[in-house]
Ligand binder design. Sequence first.
Ligand SMILES: Cc1cc2nc3c(=O)[nH]c(=O)nc-3n(C[C@H](O)[C@H](O)[C@H](O)COP(=O)(O)OP(=O)(O)OC[C@H]3O[C@@H](n4cnc5c(N)ncnc54)[C@H](O)[C@@H]3O)c2cc1C
Length: 395
Amino acid sequence: MKTYKYIIIGGGIAGVTAAKEIRKHDKEGSLILLGNEKEQPYFRIQLTDLLGEDAPEVPYLDKEGWAEKIGIDVNVDGEAAAVDFDAMTVTFADGEIIQGEKILLANGSHANRPPFKNNQLKGIFTLRNWQDLTAIHSYIKSFKDTKHIAVIGGGLLGLEAANSLKQSGHVVAIINRSEYLLSNQLDRELGMMLNEEMKDLGFMVYNEKDTKAFIGEDAVRGIEFDDGTTADIDMVLISVGVSPNTELFKDTGLEVNRGVVVDNHLLTNKANVWAAGDVAEVEGRVLGIWPASRAMGKAAGINMAGGEETYENPKAYTKLDLDTIQIFSAGKIGEGDVYFYDEGDEHHRLYAKEGKVTGAVLYGDTKAMSTYRKLVEANAPIEEALDSVYPFKKR
Ligand SMILES: Cc1cc2nc3c(=O)[nH]c(=O)nc-3n(C[C@H](O)[C@H](O)[C@H](O)COP(=O)(O)OP(=O)(O)OC[C@H]3O[C@@H](n4cnc5c(N)ncnc54)[C@H](O)[C@@H]3O)c2cc1C
């Protein structure tokens, strides 16, 4: 049985960052990074933009030979099929077993695929990895004339994906459960405005539609909604969130809630086992964002190599950039006192409770986002915010 000082399961940004960090602090300890995508690590966040490109190339994180240079093994076809945290072993599908002194769980998350009826029809996709992207591209390329593509999910990633898909020249419909798009980031007034702007840009927008079933014999030809209505659709991209890949840890004694539960040192309830990135749950939260995954990977790597690094969840904010539509949103939206700035295409909002800034939206121009992000994060007095970049007023 091969043994390593460090085993990292998952070659995403969390795993790669941890591996590089370990190497900075421990030049000798043997390390293997296990991936299962048959690709060297790449920028997953670029997949949305690449949807809109004709012949995209894998956006690798590092140049060829990066792993050899820092003296680590990378197995891109090394899917962990089982883990034993008492024996500290990882078993592969072919039965091979390796053992590690320290293990990092950085195996990410997967795209949710709700059990809609006829889910198995051809032409229904999610977008999580390079393989998904190439499958979507080849499906679109098989279209002989203009088709209707639906994106199920009116959240940030859904809108960005819809925008990229539109570059293929097909008609793109956005299917949304709420009354308006970006319902977690906008209040009703701004959300209704966004609905109209997206329609003006040529998107079909279906709000308050709960998908019930897909229609078709072999390939998808339409969607049936809960209210009995239908839409003619030739391809579907489901974009309704992600779930941490915790299945592998079932019955291992590892503490799992929504994600793998870790403390602020990224340590799990098992000795010498850390978790980082989309799979990890810190302070009761699974963030599922790139910068947090990278920061967790860094802290976990330092700690695995014997250091003492604390990780804290960053305050989340959202930035939507759809060529002509720019939106920034932070904090609690639509609650408390509201302050307005409306000038031309710019519609900005501040939200406050007990005289303190609790949320902000910049709609139309997001140049000042860092100013308002800081004000929200600091829970600054509202007077300070009213006096900053835009002259906000109560209506
Ligand atoms: C299309 C898309 C767009 C996004 N856009 C943004 C954005 O704009 N901003 C943002 O902040 N975040 C964005 N995200 C989220 C961001 O990509 C993730 O938060 C980040 O990639 C998580 O990194 P990770 O290393 O934890 O997990 P992952 O990137 O998921 O990497 C985990 C790796 O482990 C592999 N793996 C899984 N199981 C096993 C196993 N058993 N054995 C071996 N390997 C395994 C997986 O295949 C994967 O390669 C986006 C995600 C997607 C899919």
